[in-house]
Write a protein that binds this ligand. Structure first.
Ligand SMILES: Cc1cc2nc3c(=O)[nH]c(=O)nc-3n(C[C@H](O)[C@H](O)[C@H](O)COP(=O)(O)OP(=O)(O)OC[C@H]3O[C@@H](n4cnc5c(N)ncnc54)[C@H](O)[C@@H]3O)c2cc1C
Length: 223
């Protein structure tokens, strides 16, 4: 198994519980947008605790980037990452992932499940003409929880659709992504669907999409 030690160059909170880490990029390091790597913190008591995180930078950037939701409800790796700052080291392990761009479609993300899509959108946005034809349905508890709201709105325009499960926000839908919502929102179930988020979110949405006419080949998830 690969083990690459990288220094954190800078890190900061981009929302109340999500932290962005920019880390050294090993020479020649490449990934496919949508892929992830197992990461651990290079400290004796943490180096063997590996957790997967998606690459969010563009390959051409001179650093790697991770956008990480910090869980402070128990002493896990992300809680420790919340206390970890520039100058500390992370260990990157193997790169993997089955989420890759296969063509225009609907991206459906729950919370931190947006991260593999950030890399894909940034790449498509760079190649200007490729982003139109794609849409994002992004489910969060409240507006407060949207990761990179401004950047996503700029890249996707009206194709950036927010769904809030908890908070009434004027101008936004307040509901869950259920069958009724998908039928109302999506006209064509033969296009690609990219789904990422908590396990139960992915399971429920994939089941609904398959029932509505999508196929196992056109629904792309992390396996
Ligand atoms: C391929 C892949 C890519 C991913 N990419 C990203 C990414 O880019 N960014 C990102 O933020 N996340 C990403 N994730 C999710 C991320 O890996 C997890 O959030 C992370 O592993 C959590 O690690 P942890 O040690 O802090 O929590 P864990 O201990 O692994 O616990 C995870 C969950 O269980 C709950 N939990 C566990 N134990 C307790 C306890 N004792 N008390 C209370 N709650 C508990 C936590 O609240 C949390 O919801 C990705 C996951 C996969 C599979």
């Amino acid at each position: 198994m690969a083990e690459i030690v990288v220094k954190i160059l800078e890190c900061w909170y981009i929302s109340h519980d999500v932290k962005c880490f920019r880390v050294e990029k090993p020479k020649g390091f490449k990934f496919i947008p949508g892929q992830a790597t197992d990461v651990s913190i290079n400290l004796p008591e943490w180096k063997d605790k590996l957790r997967p995180f998606s690459f969010t930078a563009l390959n051409e950037w001179p650093f790697l980037e991770f956008i990480i939701k910090i869980y402070d409800d128990h002493n896990g790796v992300t809680h420790q990452l919340g206390k970890t700052n520039a100058g500390a080291e992370l260990i990157l392990h193997d790169t993997f992932g089955s989420i890759q761009y296969k063509g225009p479609g609907i991206f459906i993300a729950g919370g931190a499940g947006i991260t593999p899509f950030i890399a894909i959108f940034r790449e498509l946005n760079k190649q200007k003409k490729l982003l139109p034809g794609n849409a994002l349905i992004f489910s969060n508890k409240t507006a407060h929880d949207i990761i990179l709201a401004e950047e996503l709105a700029k890249m996707l325009g009206p194709a950036f659709i927010n769904v809030f499960t908890r908070q009434g926000v004027i101008g936004f839908r307040e509901r869950r992504i259920d069958r009724e919502y998908l039928v109302e929102t999506i006209r064509d179930f033969s296009q690609h669907f990219y789904v990422c988020g908590p396990e139960i979110f992915v399971k429920d949405i994939v089941e609904l999409l398959l029932n509505l006419g999508a196929t196992a080949e056109t629904v792309i998830i992390e396996k």
